[in-house]
Design a protein. Structure first.
Length: 344
């Protein structure tokens, strides 16, 4: 799938947020569209993300972007800062909006802190699978959402991919919503993830990702949900017995760039950066799938974690859909229905 850059060039004025969710700054976030720089100058862009260098989001995503840009030889360099070196998700999106960080790879829920409708991309069962997410972003159905995000924040979206479907882990199988009864399940603290927990029938407990292993080891929480590549990166098979293949959410990654950073690039540099992101978008899903299959086979061979593949996905999906349709705001529901309309 090739990314189709349909969104207009980013606004020249960038809003400066004094807090993550309620901010003061430029009264005209729409502004006039930034024109690309007339001539190419040597430019270095920071690209931040929260992943380990061993994960596909870095190897096949961020690193591919940097390598492809270097190969284009247009006076542009992308310098990567992995592993939350430039701050956690909440800090980084504020920094991209304010112009302190050039580029970031972010999940939709984190972006929802500055533009609520985009968090719907992380809604439970909004996407059927990773291919469905790719289809949505290559379809005109995504235009309104990304245009609204850019107009509100001054941040330009270069592309998006899924880092795999999120699965449940616990020390018991989870085959139906009823199996979540009485389990303290760790969910990220963002509003959309907590809404997902309610929609799926889970008792959500908020624990920072960096503290998750210890929380599971000490019994502070009974289980959690994450894509397989994240479960592996955190060695959760050491403290969880079962992985239940609920595939309840496509783990989103959006590649974003601040308005001033995008506007300073020449047209040639913009094209090179967009092409590099396109290439990464093609490679990440395959890398994620390869990593997932290898890890599942390893767990099965070693007995480190037992795979539960007879989850009643339809029961979870039906329950989640009813809950979300009842509890979304009209604006959120519009995004959700646009996503579902692209399901094959």
């Amino acid at each position: 799938m090739r990314w189709n850059p349909k969104v207009a060039l980013v606004a020249g004025a960038v809003i400066t947020f004094t807090t993550l969710t309620a901010c003061s700054g430029d009264d005209d976030p729409g502004g006039e569209a930034s024109e690309p720089a007339a001539t190419a100058e040597e430019v270095t862009l920071q690209l931040a993300h929260s992943y380990a260098e061993t994960q596909p989001q870095h190897r096949c995503g961020a690193q591919v972007i940097a390598d492809e840009v270097a190969a284009a030889d247009v006076g542009l360099t992308v310098e990567i800062f992995p592993g939350s070196q430039l701050g956690g998700d909440a800090d980084r999106i504020a920094s991209v909006v304010s112009g302190d960080i050039d580029m970031d790879i972010q999940g939709a829920s984190a972006l929802g802190a500055v533009y609520t409708p985009i968090s719907v991309l992380d809604a439970a069962y909004a996407f059927d699978d990773s291919d469905h997410l790719a289809q949505f972003f290559s379809d005109e159905a995504s235009d309104e959402l990304l245009t609204g995000f850019e107009e509100e924040t001054g941040v330009h979206t270069l592309g998006a991919w899924s880092a795999g479907m999120r699965q449940f882990t616990a020390n018991k199988p989870i085959r139906s919503p009823e199996d979540l009864d009485g389990l303290r399940m760790r969910f990220p603290a963002s509003p959309q993830f907590l809404m997902n927990a309610e929609a799926l029938g889970a008792q959500a407990t908020e624990v920072a990702y960096e503290e998750l292993f210890l929380a599971l080891q000490q019994g502070t929480v009974d289980g959690q949900e994450n894509p397989i590549v994240n479960i592996d990166a955190s060695n959760l098979e050491e403290v969880q017995d079962f992985i239940s293949m609920s595939s309840h959410q496509a783990n989103s990654n959006l590649v974003i760039i601040g308005g001033d950073s995008w506007g300073q690039l020449s047209a040639e540099q913009q094209d090179a950066l967009q092409s590099a992101v396109d290439t990464a978008m093609e490679q990440v899903p395959g890398c994620v799938d390869d990593d997932e299959q290898a890890k599942l086979a390893e767990w099965q061979e070693t007995g480190a974690m037992e795979m539960v593949d007879d989850v009643d996905v339809e029961a979870f999906r039906t329950q989640a859909d009813a809950y979300l349709r009842e509890n979304f705001t009209p604006e959120q529901l519009t995004v959700y229905e646009a996503i579902r309309a692209t399901s094959e």
